[in-house]
Design a protein around this ligand. Structure first.
Ligand code: COI
Length: 332
């Protein structure tokens, strides 16, 4: 059988080669290009494709793949919010993702950045860089003195809870799907409002859906404690960026951790250092001393990348060979 992979980065190549070497009966070919209606023809003759991109898998893109006879598609990431599911269903696609490549990668990043906000390290670093070795005003807040409110208690949210408890924080959680073990231990509050009211740190660990678009809007922010810290390492559209900027401007928020951004597609994972920066609102956030922006790199560790590649190829081979894949995506 033959599997073709799109948008393979340099850091993924060794893991792709490792997988190919372990599967000598499978022909593996790849490109560094994204999957678009124009590049879909590269998959000609393949039985399945392995993909990752933040660019939408539009109806045209899916149609272009299907026109090559390819309807078995394995994502190397977890999020499926950028797939035209109605079209995938119409064309009879089978899709897999990798829901658990390394929850620790994302949870650790959230914890590290939240702790950096609490200790004001960005302000301190800037002071040090200009030779100002005063202590004030960068006094820190200890993690153990915080109530950490975790929205979404899937794999990532649960690891984040453990890390923050390791620091001694009080952890509370909200989820529409209650994890029975966490419920028995009394972690869940009854409503988001309860969580906003109690939490010093609010951290998002939910997938993006139509129903939670801009769930962190001005009303939600108003319900939070003064000097709350907001952490979004999940999906940009969950957060109304303008409302957050307002809450930073009026001092409601103590700080903001932002690894995902509602307008990130085409902006993140590109080098703007020698070009005009394309997004003034994003630049405004990057320049703030109490905002830590990273370009969707919470997931980006050696551990995660290896699992993303290997698990996606395992899944795709299962689809191609007509076996049940380990992590199919529900197409509905
Ligand atoms: C995902 O796995 O869905 C992510 O958000 C990480 C991705 C950008 C590689």
């Amino acid at each position: 059988s033959k599997i073709f992979a799109f948008s393979i980065r340099k850091d993924e190549e060794p893991y792709l080669k490792e997988w190919a070497a372990a599967h000598p009966n499978v022909t593996v070919d790849y490109t560094d290009q994204l999957l678009t209606p124009a590049t879909a023809k590269l998959a000609q003759g393949a039985d399945g494709v392995v993909v990752y991109q933040q660019l939408d898998y539009t109806s045209e893109t899916l149609q272009a793949l299907a026109d090559q006879g390819v309807t078995k598609m394995s994502l190397r990431n977890v999020g499926v919010d950028n797939i035209d599911m109605a079209k995938a269903k119409e064309l009879g696609f089978s899709i897999t993702n990798v829901p658990v490549y390394s929850p620790n990668a994302i949870a650790e990043h959230a914890a590290i950045q939240a702790a950096r906000i609490l200790r004001q390290t960005k302000r301190l670093d800037a002071k040090m860089a200009r030779g100002d070795l005063h202590w004030a005003p960068t006094i820190g807040r200890e993690v153990r003195d915080q109530t950490v409110g975790v929205i979404g208690t899937g794999h990532i949210g649960r690891v984040f809870m453990q890390i923050m408890e390791g620091f001694g924080a009080k952890v509370i959680a909200y989820d529409v799907f209650k994890n029975p073990e966490l419920a028995a231990q009394g972690y869940y509050v009854d409503s988001l409002d309860d969580l906003y009211k109690q939490a010093d740190v609010v951290s998002l660990h939910v997938p993006a859906m139509k129903s939670n678009y801009h769930m962190i809007n001005s009303q939600a922010l108003a319900k939070m404690k003064d000097d709350a810290v907001l952490v979004n390492v999940s999906r940009g559209p969950l957060v109304d960026t303008d409302a957050v900027i307002q809450a930073l401007d009026n001092g409601k928020l103590f700080g903001f951790v932002m690894d995902t951004y509602e307008d990130e597609v085409g902006v993140f994972n590109a080098d703007w250092s020698a070009k005009a920066f394309p997004d003034a609102r994003l630049k405004n956030l990057i320049d703030r001393p109490n905002v830590l922006v990273t370009p969707h790199t919470a997931f980006y560790t050696t551990h995660a990348v290896r699992n993303m590649v290997v698990k996606a190829f395992d899944n795709n081979l299962a689809l191609v060979e007509g076996r049940p894949a380990e992590t199919p995506v529900k197409i509905e």
